[in-house]
Design a protein around this ligand. Structure first.
Ligand SMILES: Nc1ncnc2c1ncn2[C@@H]1O[C@H](COP(=O)(O)OP(=O)(O)O)[C@@H](O)[C@H]1O
Ligand SMILES: [Mg+2]
Length: 233
């Protein structure tokens, strides 16, 4: 799915969060967004998902103007076309792993047990389907969130610091699942991250500041060169 953001501005009362944000993500492209804490990265991702409003500018998904849709139309678009991975997982505690991952398909009225199982296998969660979230590690929880974001094959995947709570080794595996699965299904991926290693695997790296999005360089560090390569789960 193509995403075109033009001159987007967002403020809370008198306080501007960001302005002049423009971005085009081609279908199947992987864009990483870096930026200081509080600069508006989560707000920007929420705007892309139609979960937040902006003050001026526009967001187009495959040419469709998000700002012109009502809440119900935006919700339907999200269910059908987008997947969202939150920093804090947002896995439902009373559903087991299989039920959590199956949820987007149920909401679409398209249950598909085989696809849910294949998705669990793809992110390295085979055998853990009957477990409740409280019986999982942080890395496993985040892989549940990734499987759930991808199971309905969204054409746009938005991920907000999905490895922020994980140790480096687990983070590398989670990022790998995210990138390989979005590539496999040709989904566009917008990843907000503080990890240079993750950003280095993107097609493009941008930095969000109060003035807008600029192209960014990522530092090469000797101790994370292993993260340059896709890893086995
Ligand atoms: N509901 C809100 N009311 C007022 N200010 C908010 C609200 N939500 C977020 N902000 C402010 O907007 C700014 C951007 O927040 P956020 O998008 O979470 O930044 P980031 O994800 O880059 O850390 C922050 O300064 C935050 O305090
Ligand atoms: Mg944030």
């Amino acid at each position: 799915m193509s995403l075109v953001i033009t001159d987007l501005s967002k403020r809370y009362g008198e306080v501007a969060v960001f302005s002049h944000v423009s971005l085009t993500v081609a279908s199947g492209e992987f864009v990483a967004i870096l930026g200081e804490s509080g600069v508006g990265k989560s707000t920007l991702l929420n705007c892309m998902a139609g979960l937040d409003n902006w003050d001026s500018g526009s967001v187009l998904l495959d040419g469709l103007d998000l700002g012109a849709l009502n809440d119900e139309q935006k919700a339907r678009l999200r269910r059908e076309k987008t997947g969202f991975v939150f920093q804090a997982f947002h896995v439902l505690p009373h559903l087991d792993v299989t039920q959590n991952v199956a949820l987007p398909l149920l909401l679409l009225g398209q249950p598909d047990d085989a696809r849910v199982q294949a998705m669990l296998d793809a992110v390295g969660l085979n055998g853990l389907g009957p477990r409740l979230p409280q019986q999982l590690s942080g890395g496993q929880l985040q892989r549940v969130a990734i499987a759930r974001a991808l199971v309905h094959r969204p054409s746009l995947l938005l991920a907000d610091e999905p490895t922020g709570n994980l140790d480096p080794g687990t983070a590398a595996k989670v990022i790998d699942a995210l990138i390989s699965q979005s590539r496999l299904h040709g989904a566009s991926l917008v990843l907000v991250t503080h990890s240079d290693a993750a950003a280095r695997r993107a097609d493009r790296v941008l930095r969000l500041t109060a003035e807008g999005l600029q192209s960014a360089r990522v530092r090469l560090q000797a101790d994370d060169t292993d993260l340059l390569q896709p890893q086995a789960l």
